[in-house]
Design a protein around this ligand. Structure first.
Ligand code: NI
Length: 388
């Protein structure tokens, strides 16, 4: 008798042409965050065609489906994201985007097609499933608002564990990157308003120059990581916008700085806003100006549960894949919000491309579609067993 692992592998290989077709169809017609209407319709149609039950998600875009096992057990969730980016595609592929200025440049088309594959595989073995697998096709990941909307819509209710992935150009096809603990950074945003005093460029003594103050703040912020954060923590403070003045011979009144802070450790995430406020206000005061920090908390870090990571490792072994220790990145992912509620694991799926995410020439190796489908089907079966 063939094992379920072999069944998933063989069946995924048979599904592969269909998965490629779906992925290319999505790639031809990319839609931006919260505009994924056609994408949603396509996913629904494919799932219905495969006989997979659709649930009500109660959001304008996105799809929730489930494969219910015939044996009682817990509910777990597999998650894919579905949105594209405002990037003009330059791959020259025959199935390149047909929409000017929009492209699946982060491979969410790949995530979607392979999770449909996982659902199809699980559906075929529903008779042996101990519990329910919910499959979520999440909108608006790129804006970091989709997961929050999905949670508010109640899609996570009753879910005991969540699994997801991102394609990884650096890893070859057949290799997955898995790690316990933080994988992607928390993402927070800050805005600093500097209030100086405008005046004549030739008479700075009667002004308080916000250009000089803003520059000093940018420089001082560099010490937050080097002098305030623990050397055992990792953090990034990037000032990405700096605006002041409108011409060459007038000292402006105000300056504005904007940027982002990324870190893996909740302790660092909690302490940085206070330290930043002290530096910002102190530097400004030193120049006789005033500065105000506005902090917007956005996403926690993607933080993998040890048991869930173990399940993913076991699933990868059962599927004969190479497991590498995943290298963390300071990019963010709203998958982190699910992990605040239930234990989960987010992994890197090797797709062997030459360009990084969001690049106009971003490509991936479609051979990873079947691999990813069978891996997540396997992981779902293992997780139901483990948690139940
Ligand atoms: Ni992405």
């Amino acid at each position: 008798m063939t094992t379920i692992s072999n069944f998933f592998r063989e069946q995924a290989a048979k599904l592969q042409p269909k998965l490629v077709e779906m992925r290319r169809e999505l790639h031809l017609h990319p839609e931006l965050s919260n505009e994924e209407h056609e994408t949603t319709a396509r996913i629904r149609a494919w799932l219905e065609e495969l006989g997979i039950r659709l649930l009500e998600l109660n959001l304008p875009t996105g799809v929730l489906a489930e494969v219910k096992g015939e044996l009682p057990g817990p509910t777990i969730m597999l998650r894919a994201d579905i949105d594209a980016l405002p990037v003009q595609e330059e791959t020259g592929l025959p199935f390149a985007s047909t929409v000017p200025g929009k492209m699946h440049a982060c491979g969410h088309d790949f995530h979607t097609a392979s999770m449909i594959g996982a659902a199809a595989l699980l559906k075929e073995r529903a008779g042996e499933l101990r519990g329910t697998v919910r499959i979520l096709f999440q909108p608006a990941e790129e804006l970091a608002v989709g997961a929050r909307a999905v949670i508010a819509a109640g899609a996570l209710e009753g879910v005991s564990a969540v699994f997801g992935m991102h394609n990884k150009p650096e890893l070859p096809v057949g290799t997955v990157g898995i790690r316990t603990g933080p994988l992607m950074a928390s993402v927070d945003r800050f805005e600093i308003e500097v209030q100086g005093k405008g005046g004549h460029a030739g008479m700075p003594e009667s002004a308080v120059d916000p250009v000089v103050v803003s520059s000093a703040i940018v420089t001082a912020l560099q010490t937050l990581v080097s002098r305030n954060a623990s050397p055992h923590h990792s953090a990034v403070v990037s000032v990405c916008k700096l605006q002041a003045g409108s011409t060459w011979n007038v000292i402006p009144d105000t300056g504005v700085l904007e940027g982002t802070v990324r870190t893996f450790q909740p302790e660092a995430r909690a302490s940085i806003p206070g330290q930043m406020e002290r530096v910002v206000e102190g530097v400004a005061a030193g120049y006789g100006a005033r500065a105000k920090l506005k902090w917007t908390a956005m996403l926690p870090a993607v933080n993998n549960d040890a048991n869930m990571a173990e399940i993913m490792r076991a699933a990868a072994d059962a599927q004969g894949l190479q497991v590498a220790e995943a290298v963390p990145t300071m990019g963010g992912e709203d998958f982190a919000l699910y992990q605040e509620l239930v234990p989960g694991c987010f992994i890197w799926m090797g797709t062997g491309g030459t360009e990084q995410w969001h690049h106009p020439k971003f490509t991936l190796n479609e051979d990873a579609l079947a691999i990813s489908a069978s891996l997540f089907a396997e992981a779902a079966v293992l997780a139901l067993k483990e948690i139940g």
